[in-house]
Design a protein around this ligand. Structure first.
Ligand code: F6P
Length: 369
């Protein structure tokens, strides 16, 4: 099928994840091999919405030379932002109050004026929701799923997740020996927003003794009982892995900052809270390690790099086949496409019946329930 495409743009939105640069490289090379020109939009859509901020232009031409040797690098050469959704863009009124306006038409106008035929939007749920809205307004769009949290629906996994879990597991490996030497409880907090994928996979791979995830409300008395049982069995230390979005039975979630116009709430602090309470209830010395943004850094693993390269090339193939309004996804039979409307706004939580969770239970790991 002829796609009639000559020029495409690519952007990266939301929190960065290892593998973004590999997707960009793959998109640019696959496009160049079709004699398409490729342009990179800086910092989400800011390169279009705020061109004056960029001395060298808010939208840059991406040639093969520009993307040579970047597939193993963390971060994104285009920059990203998780603020300022163009559909709900916050502006400050003269009286100091903040109002949201829809600036998406400016993006469509930019594409029309510069004769850019399509967009490859690399991002998580927020960015893909924006991509879906732009598609409904008439822009040709293919989405690429990105997030360390692995919480995007309709894809087996997202790139960035494997790297995050690999690093966090190495951290857990290192914590065992110091925790054991000092006979301490180590509480490790990991990212993941409202899904427990990072905590679950890391905790099982890294031999945590308790794993607390948002999908299972926890009773800290169960964790205390686990620590005491280990002591009775002669093991004087414990590792408790907690997802930033985990909630006790009363449903209270620890926040570093509440949601504000243009930015969602920032989760965090549950590790400190639990460590404090466990120190009191068990009488043991307790320490907290918050892995936080370290999980987003570094070189993508080979798995993430390969997924990212496959996703980037698949996005270009999808456009070449005349598709729009889809996200490339990883299924059991390889890379496929799903409609953006099936993905946008649908979070993939850890299913309570999944075998990974069951594995944890079979291994005797405490989930706080
Ligand atoms: O979605 C990726 C993620 O790293 C989450 O795990 C975390 O809650 C959030 O982004 C942190 O965002 P920020 O970089 O704005 O602190």
């Amino acid at each position: 099928m002829s796609s009639s495409i000559k020029r495409i743009a690519v952007n990266t939105g939301g929190g960065d994840a290892p593998g973004l640069n590999a997707v960009i490289q793959s998109v640019v090379i696959a496009a160049a091999n079709r004699d398409w020109d490729c342009f990179g939009i800086r910092d989400g859509f800011n390169g279009i919405l705020f061109p004056e901020r960029y001395a060298s232009g808010g939208v840059m031409r991406l040639t093969r030379d520009k993307v040579r040797g970047i597939s193993h690098l963390g971060g994104t050469i285009l920059g990203t932002t998780n603020k300022g959704n163009p559909l709900h863009f916050p502006i400050t009124l003269p009286d100091g109050s903040i109002r949201e306006v829809d600036r998406s038409d400016e993006i469509l106008t930019y594409f029309a004026t510069h004769e850019i035929d399509a967009l490859v939007a690399i991002g998580g749920d927020g960015s893909l929701t924006i991509a879906h809205a732009l598609h409904k307004k008439g822009l040709r769009v293919v989405g690429v799923p990105k997030t360390i949290d692995n919480d995007l629906d309709k894809t087996f996994t997202t790139f960035g997740f494997d790297t995050a879990v690999g690093f966090a597991t190495e951290c857990l490996d290192r914590l065992h020996s110091t925790a054991e030497s000092h006979q301490r409880v180590m509480v490790v907090e990991v990212m993941g927003r409202y899904a427990g994928w990072i905590a679950l996979h890391t905790g099982i791979a890294g031999n945590a003794h308790a794993i607390l995830i948002p999908e299972i409300r926890f009773d800290l008395a169960r964790v205390e009982a686990k620590i005491r049982q280990r002591e009775a069995d002669g093991r004087q230390y414990s590792i408790v892995l907690v997802a930033e979005g985990a909630q006790p039975t009363d449903g209270h979630r620890e926040l570093l900052a509440p949601a504000e116009v243009g930015h969602s709430e920032r989760l965090g602090g549950i590790g400190e809270r639990i460590a404090h309470d466990l120190a009191l209830s068990t009488g043991k010395e307790t320490r907290v390690v918050v892995l936080g943004h370290l999980l987003r850094g570094g070189s993508p693993t080979a798995f993430d790099r390969l997924s990212a390269l496959r996703f980037g090339a698949a996005a270009v193939r999808a456009l070449d086949e005349g598709q729009s309004g889809v996200m490339v996804s990883l299924g059991l039979n390889g890379v496929d496409h799903v409609a953006l409307e099936e993905v946008a706004g649908h979070m993939k939580a850890v299913p309570l019946g999944c075998d990974t969770l069951q594995t944890g239970r079979d291994l005797g790991i405490c989930f706080g329930d």
